[in-house]
Design a protein around this ligand. Sequence first.
Ligand code: PLP
Length: 337
Amino acid sequence: MKIIDLRSDTVTQPTQAMRQAMANAPVGDDVFGDDPSINHLERSSAERFGFDEAIFVSSGTQANLLAIMSHCQRGEEYLCGQDAHNYRFEGGGAAVLGSVQPQPVANNSDGTIDLDLLKANIKPDDFHFAQTRLLSLENTIGGKVLPFEYLSQAQAFAFNHGLKIHLDGARVMNAAVKQNVQPQQIMQHFDSVSVCLSKGLAAPVGSLLLGDEATIAKARRLRKMLGGGMRQAGGLAAAGQIALDSMIDRLSEDHDNAEHLAKRLNEVDGIECDQQAVQTNIIFAKFNDGYDVQALAERLKPKGVVIYKGNPLRLVTHNDISRQDIDTFIDALKAHI
Ligand SMILES: *Cc1c(COP(=O)(O)O)cnc(C)c1O
């Protein structure tokens, strides 16, 4: 039985080409800088995306933490969205491990943060306050793509206020595909960018942090300190290389499938899905108030359909979900809701 897992694009299986590349990758001790596959991934991605350097790390969480800790010292702070992954879903790592205080600011419904609001949250140079050093944005955020014009406005804002600007670009490739631009056209507005290879791009493990030489040198030191120095990890980098070389363009299929899913969900009694809100591969299905989504998930599981819990329920399309799978999912929903 094929499993239809709509919880996240992190569930993607490595492709056959990735498995082959992993088996054959030349490897070495990366802590000594000796892993040819990791070196190639870091060098080629830095060049492609317009940065001095890149560092391959175990996860998006680690990439964001390294960025925040590289840009900010103890007792300083970073501005981010109230809904930011690196504020809400990363265990408070910046505060716990970096002694860097987050200053969350409300996200607008399109994922942007008002620049006036951000400005009001920059602390004056007064010893009562943590010093504001960094603005961190996220793109895509909740599946939404930041408007292209906003990127240059945010960049100018950061520059004018002496802040560094980081992008949590776990799904920045989805944003680029949706806006039909090269990823570097988005990334060029930021001092550093984290990118997940293990989500829609289907690599098994790993993220990249891109930045200038000084930032990545700091990140390399911090990565070791955090226990993130890996040894013969070139197999993972080889899969990540394929993710970047051949898995970006196909994300448009996931976006098309998400639209199809949103449309078909509205056929199901007791579910509403705002089709206009669907931009990339993440959609939210609203069940009637009080509906037990967890019990539904338990009924669907033996049928090979895996969903998360929550109302609204987040559903994510990816490389292992076909158009046919979505239709099968809708049939299962209709039968078990
Ligand atoms: C998934 C995700 C991360 C963290 O990535 P992990 O590899 O799961 O640690 C960071 N930011 C965003 C926006 C994400 O979606």
